[in-house]
Design a binder for this molecule. Structure first.
Ligand code: CP
Length: 351
């Protein structure tokens, strides 16, 4: 075993000392210590990825990625991380007909005489019989099952292999883990006690809260002084905020809620912009029409260090060209950090 391989094994052992879980669904599962250990694996991978690629550390393993919704970054970074580690990635477009999987049923006890041909009770264990890790993306569908995260929770209940949520109604944990890496890069290795601003920004659609809630979880796990700015009627999910807040005592994080985006952005290590839907979904379009001043422009960024967004982003709606093309924009290295954190998860489970 060469030195790099030994260092990776040691870093993975530190993850396992702190986290033995096989589900990464909301991103809080590894806790602060497990998350820090995962980030150390990610840093090691990022600094040595070409050499790691030659080691084929996960040769013979397989990862199945099941996508109910589109993706540019998540699909690519997951497939590249898997391939660089020597494992095989299977991309599955869920229930799309043509080259996709069968349409899936998630309800128990249902008479399947409608459009769905396959039940998750068979699909999940069958995929687990081929793949060592199952990764699923399933956005909310605007029905009563969104809140219970039915698709990802059903796969979790019936999959025999470790499972990664690649974005669901309430969580985008790989984005959150990558954002922790980006924030720690900005902070010179840590962002504990540093001011981080999460600001609502206009978007024509009432987007789900998966990303902003994952930013909150990431900030709390990393011990940030988090300032969340949102207009009245756009507050983040109270139950999920309370769960995140319960980690503050452990990590030294704090959360301040405000209606003033300039105050939230002032002096921040990062201004993280994201659009999400109005609490009264039917009022979203009307409300957004009056909230153009929430677009992140140069004045708001004046005393902040960096601009972040998960991408894809609507230019000159969420953020002006001047900011996203300017020297404070870190959106590309932020997206690049998706690969090492997902590689870290695979290594933690499969090395
Ligand atoms: N940020 C993110 O998850 O991008 P994709 O939707 O393109 O995967």
């Amino acid at each position: 075993m060469n030195t790099l391989e030994s260092r990776l094994h040691a870093a993975v052992a530190r993850v396992r000392e702190n986290w033995r879980g096989t589900r990464f669904i909301d991103g809080l599962e590894p806790g602060p210590a497990g998350t820090n250990a995962l980030l150390d694996v990610a840093r090691l991978y990022r600094a040595n990825r070409l050499e790691i690629g030659r080691l084929r550390l996960l040769g013979g393993r397989a990862v199945a990625g099941l996508f109910f919704d589109p993706s540019l970054r998540t699909h690519t970074s997951m497939e590249v991380a898997t391939g660089r580690l020597g494992a095989h990635f299977v991309y599955l477009q869920a229930g799309q007909g043509g080259g996709g999987t069968w349409s899936m049923e998630f309800e128990d006890g249902v008479v399947m005489n409608g459009t769905a041909q396959e039940h998750v009770r068979e699909a999940a264990p069958v995929l687990s019989s081929y793949a060592d890790v199952l990764a699923v993306r399933a956005f909310p569908k605007g029905d009563a099952h969104d809140r219970e995260e039915r698709v990802i929770r059903s796969f979790s209940a019936h999959a025999g292999s470790p499972l990664i949520n690649l974005e669901s109604a309430l969580a985008h944990p790989c984005q959150g883990l990558a954002d922790q890496l980006t924030l720690s890069d900005l902070g010179g290795g840590s962002f504990a006690r540093r001011k981080v601003c999460l600001t609502w920004a206009p978007h024509p659609k009432p987007l789900p809260q998966a990303v902003p809630l994952s930013v909150v979880r990431a900030a709390v796990l990393g011990g940030a002084d988090l300032h969340v700015a949102a207009p009245e009627g756009f507050d983040l999910d109270a139950e999920e905020m309370e769960r995140a807040r319960s980690f503050c005592a452990d990590t030294g994080a704090s959360i301040t809620m405000t209606r003033d985006p300039d105050a939230a952005a002032s002096g921040a290590l990062a201004v993280y912009a994201k659009g999400w839907g109005a609490e009264q979904r039917g009022e979203h379009t009307e409300r957004v029409a009056d909230l153009g001043h929430w677009t992140v422009g140069e004045a708001r960024m004046k005393s902040a260090t960096a601009f972040l967004h998960c991408l894809p982003v609507r230019r000159n709606v969420i953020v002006t060209d001047a900011v996203i093309d300017g020297p404070k924009s870190r959106v590309v290295p932020q997206a690049a950090n998706r690969e090492p954190v997902q590689a870290a998860l695979l290594l933690a489970w499969l090395l």
